[in-house]
Every structure is written in structure tokens, then in C-alpha cells.
Write a protein that binds this ligand. Sequence first.
Ligand SMILES: Nc1ncnc2c1ncn2[C@@H]1O[C@H](COP(=O)(O)OP(=O)(O)O)[C@@H](O)[C@H]1O
Ligand SMILES: [Mg+2]
Length: 412
Amino acid sequence: MAYLESVGNRIAVSGELLLQNLWRLSATIHALVTKQGYSDIHLDFSKCSRALPAPMLGLCAEAAQLRLHGVDISLTLPTDLTSARVFVNANWAHEIDPAHHKRSTYRGNRSMPVMKFDSTAEQTTAVNRLVDSILCTVTEVQRDDLNAIEWALNEVTDNVLVHSQSKVGGFVQLTNFPKTNRVEFSVADAGVGIPATLRHAFPDLNDSQLLERATREGVTRDGKVGQGNGLFGTFEVARASNGRFSLLSGFGNLRYESDELRLGLEKAPYPGTLVAANLDCANPNALADALRIGNKKYLPMDYIELRYEDRSTDDLVFRMQEETDSFGSRVAGTPVRQKLVALLRLNPNKRIRVDMSNVPFVSSSFADEVFGKLFKQIGPLGFASAIELSELSSVTRALIDKAIAQRMQSPN
Ligand SMILES: Nc1ncnc2c1ncn2[C@@H]1O[C@H](COP(=O)(O)OP(=O)(O)O)[C@@H](O)[C@H]1O
Ligand SMILES: [Mg+2]
């Protein structure tokens, strides 16, 4: 639990920033701006030991909204180096205080940096990138479960574009926990909030009761724009997977955890909407089974289908050029191999054609990391029956051949 202290225009956050600290922090910022008239606020995280993604994402949306109204927020990173690195890598520092902190260059797949979206094109790019990161890291996830997560990500981000009227768009962040097979994501906006959009339909309900309504099947602000499945389905997916689900909007606070639903009313509003879900992918197909809408199991569109299936052949087509920015290092090769392994596991009866067009060269370490290790992992017959390489230059062919031969001779 974090401790907040404000002196002048400076707010110091110490300890661990949790979701339940966000209201206080928002209210403190709000009071400094509206009551005391500050147009620059300083957030001092130097004594912050750790911050969770969901409240930080909420803060990113708030900071963007304040900036739009001429209020600048500056930020001091935690003195704890591990924490400071997370602030930078996750893009929190940049989104909150872009004047002093550069955009994250972190390229890993575990803690994805915050992404912003303000159009369906940006939303699609963000969701695809996130699904891709799950595919590369969470080794136990089943294909239908991946679809269910993709569906939920699409629905919650779609809500920002369709309902929120957020002037700063939406913010999304996802973290993969490969050891526990969990995926956690948050989506935030600085729009009008869920209670404001639903109040006309349920004038007697308070903000937290309105949040609960929003998660029921078929509840939508307008039957012409929605069907009321998005929050319901996302909540069900979280529930089915022994997960957690939180919704913050206006004065309302809805939290589902350990089979228990809690509704709360806060003293200060969260100025927008924040949705956070933590899902357990270890229970095969639980997530997909949860997606029953109108008692019919709902099969959403499928990232793998769209990206890797090819109408002209039964094989999956893996375009190497689109899979990585670099063909030079082991670091670049590891997620590529992990994704090939995941695709083979999720599609046991398919072959993968690895299309090397427009790949000018690969380094020996990249060739070993992807093909050498894959060959060793699935064996010569497995490799021969499942993988086909096409559009290879003769140099690349020789390098991959050599990498595989050497890897087979090495003891590990
Ligand atoms: N980000 C948001 N901002 C404002 N209102 C929202 C947001 N997300 C959801 N809502 C409200 O919750 C309702 C239910 O959302 P959802 O279950 O996705 O159904 P639908 O989008 O089909 O209406 C929406 O109709 C809208 O009133
Ligand atoms: Mg929706």
C-alpha cells in the first residue's frame, strides 16, 4: 500500500502503488489543479518501491488528459533501480512526463510497454502486438483460450473508441507471466466514464451499481451501437480462469477476486474508465468455454487464422521478415523460435512454411537460436515433417545448415 504526501505542487508516493491507491492520487492531483490552481504538478516516486501496471496505466491516461488542459506533470523515477527500469521500460515515465523521459525501446515480450490507440487501425496494431507477445511467452496457452483473450482485448479497447469520448484515446498494457501461465492486461481512458453513459437507462442506481450492470449480459447504453457482450464476456473469461477483474469508473469500484464480487463507492471519482483483468491460462479451454453468449458458445475470429493461415495451402505461412526487426542476434531469435514451437503445438496437424523472402542475411547466432535449437528440440524427423524453408538465399541456407549441424554436436 502506498503512502501519499503532498507539499505545495509536489506529491510524494512511497511504498507500493496498488490499484486502491489510484483514487487518492487522482483526487490529490485534482485538488492541486482545481482548488489551488497549479498548472504543473510534480510526482515524486523516489521512495516508491514498486508500482502495479493497472494504477500506473490509469495515471498515464490522467496525465495525458491534464496535459491537454495545459497542466504539466513531471516525474521523478524511483531510486530503487529495478523499479526505475520498469517505469522506463513500461513507458510509464514517457507517457506521464514526455518532456523528460524518452519513449521505451524495450523489445521483450513479457512486460509489454504501454501502447496508445486512438483509431481502429491503432487498436488493431496494439491488440495484434499483445496477442503476439502471449504466443511467444505463455507456453501452455491453448488456441481457443488465446482467441478468448484476443476477443476480450478487442472488446475492452473497442469500448474506448465507441463509448468513452476520451480526448486522449485509450491506453493498453499487458504483462505475461510464463511461469504461472497468467496474462494480465489493463485498458484505461480519460473519457466520460461508464456511469455517465448508462445513467439514463438506470437513473436510480449509484456509480458502483452501474458498473455491475455494465458487466451483465445484454446491457448496453444503446442497442443501435452495441449488444452488451463486451464487459460481460471479459468478466466471464476472468471468472472462468480463476482470475481477477477490476472496473473503475466515476465513483464506482468493482472488483472480482477469489470468487467474490465487491462493489465500492469511492470518495473521489476516477476521471475515466479503467478495466483490469488477470487470467490463468493453465486450465485448457476454460477461457474459451466461458465465452458463451446467449447460451451459445461464441467462437471469435482468430489471430492465428488471420495471420498464419493461407487459403492457397494447408500449411501455415510464417513470414520471417514480419516476425522480427533484426536477424542478427540470439535475443531477436529466441521469441521467433518460441513462437514457432507454439504454432506447432497449437496446430499439431499442420506444417509451417517459413518464408525467408526479403531476409537479406541471418547471423549464425540467429540461425542457431531459431533453427539449430528448434531442430534439436523437435528432432530431425519432427523438423523435416513440420518445417519447410522457402525463398532462402544460398548464403542463408548454408548458415542455417551449419548452425543445425553444430547444434546437433553440442551437448546441450
Ligand atoms: N470505456 C468506456 N467508457 C464509457 N462507457 C463505457 C466504456 N466501456 C463500456 N461502457 C458502457 O458500458 C456498456 C456495456 O459495454 P459492453 O458490455 O462492451 O457492451 P456494448 O459495447 O456492446 O454496449 C456500454 O454500452 C457503455 O454504456
Ligand atoms: Mg463493447
